[in-house]
Design a protein around this ligand. Structure first.
Ligand code: 13P
Length: 252
């Protein structure tokens, strides 16, 4: 049973995976979801170069399109980057910002993530802001402090529920097959919900908080059933339509 709260979102983050051959998967997913009534929004976030093709495959389906990252500027001399405005024009409705892989591999700080989230909101997109502790931080007992600091530092002022999603992704659970216990997930999500109330007022209760990190069909119902879990951000299991569907079906 999925938990109560704002309408859920199940988003698939392809990361740096995908090819023209792999486009059969979203095609398959769109066909499989055609007649399924869902209590959740579904989104795929492919690499930017595949965006146009995925957009045309998803045309007429209920699956939305999202980006994986953006620059904070609208345009300019930023070789290799894409802007939120470009992603909007390519058909995206949301962009993931502050993923731990960006924070680690590209040195993104909370301040940078906040600028990127602001850029998404400026472009009329939803910012999916990722936060989460490392294994060392969890072992040191600082999970709640880290998550609070990241949330406060990464959320732009004036954010509202319609343009903001928070994704709690413990770094040690990403791609490892490990997940926190349901009690640990519930504890962090309750903290995020309480912090959001302070930061966003009434909008905080309506803001979706996703869990991410080794979500798969076999654990999705249990994880999504925790209070204040309003969907999932899925990596590996979003690459195969059948696996992704197994997660989405929690909301069927
Ligand atoms: P996995 O589902 O592969 O653990 O990845 C989670 C993630 O990082 C989604 O953004």
């Amino acid at each position: 049973m999925a938990s109560e709260g704002p309408r859920a979102l199940v988003a698939g983050n392809w990361k740096m995976n995908g090819s023209v051959a792999m486009l059969k998967e979203p095609r398959l997913l769109a066909a499989m979801l055609k007649d399924v009534k869902l209590k959740a929004d579904v989104m795929v976030c492919p690499p930017a170069v595949l965006m146009r093709r995925v957009k045309s495959i998803l045309k007429g389906s209920k699956i939305k399109l999202g980006g994986q990252d953006c620059h904070w500027a609208a345009s300019g001399a930023h070789t290799g980057d894409v802007s939120a405005e470009m992603l909007k024009e390519a058909g995206c409705s949301a962009v993931i910002v502050g993923h731990s892989e960006r924070r680690t591999n590209h040195g993104e700080t909370d301040a940078i993530v906040q600028k990127k989230a602001k850029a998404c909101q400026r472009a009329g997109l939803t910012a999916i802001i990722c936060i989460g502790e490392t294994l060392d931080e969890r072992k040191a007992g600082s999970t709640l402090a880290v998550v609070t600091r990241q949330l406060k530092g990464s959320l732009p002022e004036g954010s509202v529920a319609a343009n903001t999603v928070i994704a709690y992704e413990p770094v040690w659970a990403i791609g490892t097959g490990l997940t926190p216990t349901t009690a640990e997930v519930a504890e962090v999500h309750a903290l995020i919900r309480a912090e959001l109330a302070g930061l966003m007022g009434g909008e905080g209760a309506q803001t979706r908080i996703l869990y991410g990190g080794s979500v798969k069909p076999s654990n999705a119902a249990e994880l999504m059933g925790q209070p204040n879990v309003n969907g999932a951000l899925v990596g590996g299991a979003s690459l195969k339509a059948a696996d992704f569907l197994g997660i989405i079906k929690v909301y069927a």
